[in-house]
Design a protein around this ligand. Sequence first.
Ligand SMILES: [Zn+2]
Length: 268
Amino acid sequence: MDFQDRRKSGTATNNSVRIVMITTPTPICNLVQRRLLHRAPRSWLRRLLSPSGNESFLMHQHVVQIGDPVLRQVAPPLRPEDVSAPMVRAVVDELKKNLDRYDAFGLCAPQLGLSARIAVIRCTEKQLSMRTEDERRRLGMEPVDFTVLVNPHVRPIESSPIVTHREGCCSVHGFSALVPRHREVEVMALDETGREFQWKVKGWTARLVQHEVDHLDGKLFTDRMVNDTLQLNYWREVNRRGGDFRLGFGGMKGISHRLYPYFLRIRD
Ligand SMILES: [Zn+2]
């Protein structure tokens, strides 16, 4: 049974669980569903849980890949009063788990199969330590605490130049390309409590924000990349192993963190 079939059946599997389903739920799913529907406010969350009363809804525990229609939808915004609801907290928790699992800088709800304008970004000291001093300076990387962006909008800072660097995406797993982005932007968003905030960001952080907001508008970095720069990040490894190379799609667990910097040795 492929991924689409599982969605239709509404059966929870190891790879597609979450905030549950509806059509033919297991008793446990049924219980969770009733609890979530009971606790969810009317409007956005209720529609999200049961868009037409009896449709299935799944949020995955893995990151969906390019080709999945959910990545091409313009995600609907949340109402500010819905932001602090338990359902949204559950989505943010799942995004955080997957950030760690994929050792990612940013992730958004559509990448877990949920069309909603929720994104998270971060840049940890550990992630910085995997780049050389020169790379960090060239890309403008600096530590960023885990940040939730709900309904984010991005405005380029006037006179901010366009800079082109290599970037990848958990939904185009294993590939990267040169992508032009504004070096400095201002982001307007709600935080996880529903409070509005504005944030001026530059360098790598500005790139992360633009990448995630693109996701929420149904765009991927492949829509903006310099065409002839797309590469499989492991192409050398494919040659070294005589073609016997397999790419997993369930996070970074398959690759030792000791080897991770080696795999990430990517040049513009
Ligand atoms: Zn992405």
